[in-house]
Design a protein around this ligand. Sequence first.
Ligand code: SF4
Length: 200
Amino acid sequence: MIERLAVEHADAKIALTFASPLELLVSVMLSAQTTDVNVNRVTQALFVKYRRPEDYLAVPQEELERDIFATGFFRQKARSLRGTMQMLIEEFGGEVPATLPELVRLPGVARKTANVVSSELGNPEGIVVDTHVRRLSQRLGFTKQEDPVKIEQDLVRLVPRPDWPRFPHLMIWHGRRVCIARRPLCEDCVVNDLCPSSRV
Ligand code: SF4
């Protein structure tokens, strides 16, 4: 299934725009409860103004809130960003750590965010489970669970480790283009002969 989906969605990759590990971390933190397109719109200007962890602490919190306002939940996100930047400076020499246990220590960085960041930095320690990954993993028979943590436990047993980084992107793009939530296009699906939920 992974091989077929990789051919079908050869362009599947993270939809956030970033040029450094710090920009990746900030983008993923801002992407909670909003779209990647919206985050990219905001970070276009944000990353010109805020280049180093120190820059996020050099302005009043209200100014940072205004600069990320359009991503929603801006107060909480600004607090998390500032706390994270403080810890990056104090404990990680101003660099973004690449491992999951280190990343989840950062304020406001939950397991899902940490998984995305460590995976993109070439150090996958789990499989990112979002709404598309959950729906497709259930439809494809990879899991019967509802809880994202339990779904991830099933997936890491099934998916070969080298495929961990690309697996969520394949699920996400297949979920957006073909295995749509309300109306899966099973007749156009390259894994319909393997899928227990196929309608064809
Ligand atoms: S066959 Fe249908 S339900 Fe199964 S993965 Fe393809 S689109 Fe989704």
